[in-house]
Structure formats: structure tokens, C-alpha cells
Design a binder for this molecule. Structure first.
Ligand code: NAG
Length: 224
């Protein structure tokens, strides 16, 4: 009797238990997934913020600086006229390319050096492409030859007068494509450098102290 009662009274209880057991696991199974997703989202946003800040710091610390081109020395070996309007000349310049960046290398491509007298192109020379390590300087001798270059008579006369006065003014223009290797991405643009050079006359023609000036200019900035 007692046993029967306990059985009967247990029945609703056990039913409630079963419901609780059936219900609870469903709640518990859903919750961890949501929590998991929330935690993952949180971690993901933290990682995203971390990488954003890291990229910014990396960029700021690596901030690319322009390579420079300079002409520390030059020699005017020969200037003579075959006939009054045809110039022959030989000019040698020492080019100084430098990469001021501490963290990455730079590649110089499509290098061309042009020599002008009175805005007239009198000679040009192509230089082989090269790569510079961080903080590297490169000195290179460039030989510029003019062979029977036509100059209008007034320009020729002006040059001959400058040679007589031991003060010859040339302009040299360097054009190069500069390419930065910054890990995953590359950046390249054209760099132009214009140098004004005052020389003494041949055969010993050189640059008196402080008589040259180069300006580096950046053109056509273009990412790749
Ligand atoms: C070349 O240029 C670099 C950077 O401007 C300079 O430190 C170095 O003294 C130059 N070298 C010569 C020989 O002029």
C-alpha cells in the first residue's frame, strides 16, 4: 500500500524530472554555442584591432624615404667644335645613389642620365638597373660623350666663351624608376633629379667646391 502510494506519488515527480532533464540539456547545449560564438567574435575583433594597430605602427616605423641622387664630382675632359656648329665633348660624372631607408631595400630601374648645355641635350647614358640594401650608397662613374652634336650658332659661341672664361655651366638630369620592396606590397614611382654643375675648362675641368646643386623631385607617384 505504502509502496504503491510511493510509486504513484513518484510518478508525477519522475515526469517532472524527465521534463527538467529533457529541457535543461537543450538550454545548456544552445548556450555554449552562443557563448562560443560571442567569445570567438570578441577574440576576432581583438585580433583585428591588434593587426590594424600593428600595421599602422609598422608603416609609421618603416615610413619610406626617397632615395637620393647627387653628383659629388665631375670632369669635363674635352670640348671642341669640328665646325662652328658641331660639338664634340667628353664629360665624366660621379653619381652617388643612396638609399636612406633603414629597413628595406630599393631597386633603381630605367636609369637614364642626360647632359644638357643651355637646355640642349648634348649627351645621354643609360645605367644598368641595380638594387640597394638599406642605408647603402653607390658611387658610379658615368661617361657622357658628345659626338658631332648640333648646336645653334649662338649656343656654340656661348659655350666657347664659357670655356675661355674657365666657367662652364652644364645641367645633368637623372631619371629613374624607384621600386620599394616592403614585404607583401611593392611601391614604385619615377624620380627625377636635376643638377646644375659649374665646371672649370678642359682638360682638367672639374667642379670647384660648392659649384653644383642637385634637386630631387618625385613625379607620378604610383602604387603597384
Ligand atoms: C653620397 O650620398 C650620401 C647621402 O647623401 C652621403 O652620406 C655620402 O657622403 C655621399 N658620398 C659621396 C662620396 O659624396
Amino acid at each position: 500500500m505504502n509502496h504503491q502510494h510511493s510509486l504513484r506519488s513518484e510518478a508525477p515527480n519522475s515526469h517532472a524530472n524527465t521534463r527538467a532533464i529533457l529541457g535543461q540539456p537543450r538550454l545548456q547545449r544552445t548556450k555554449p554555442i552562443i557563448w562560443c560564438a560571442a567569445v570567438l567574435c570578441f577574440i576576432f575583433s581583438l585580433v583585428l584591432i591588434f593587426f590594424g594597430i600593428a600595421t599602422l605602427i609598422l608603416y609609421l616605423s618603416m615610413k619610406p624615404r626617397n632615395p637620393t641622387f647627387d653628383i659629388p664630382n665631375a670632369n669635363l675632359n674635352v670640348v671642341y667644335f669640328d665646325s662652328p656648329q658641331y660639338l664634340n665633348g667628353e664629360f665624366t660624372l660621379l653619381a652617388n645613389f643612396s638609399n636612406p631607408n633603414r629597413r628595406f631595400g630599393v631597386r633603381f630601374e630605367s636609369l637614364n642620365i642626360e647632359l644638357f648645355y643651355s637646355n640642349r641635350l648634348v649627351s645621354s647614358q643609360i645605367i644598368k638597373p641595380f638594387t640597394q640594401r638599406p642605408r647603402e650608397n653607390r658611387l658610379q662613374s658615368v661617361n657622357l660623350i658628345s659626338s658631332l652634336v648640333f648646336l645653334p650658332q649662338d649656343v656654340g659661341v656661348k659655350l666657347q666663351r664659357q670655356v675661355e672664361n674657365n666657367r662652364v655651366n652644364y645641367n645633368a638630369r637623372g631619371t629613374f624608376k624607384v621600386r620599394f620592396n616592403m614585404g607583401l606590397f611593392h611601391l614604385s614611382y619615377w624620380l627625377h633629379s636635376l643638377c646644375q654643375i659649374e665646371m672649370t675648362s678642359p682638360p682638367t675641368g672639374d667642379i670647384p667646391n660648392g659649384k653644383h646643386r642637385c634637386a630631387n623631385e618625385l613625379y607620378d607617384s604610383r602604387g603597384e
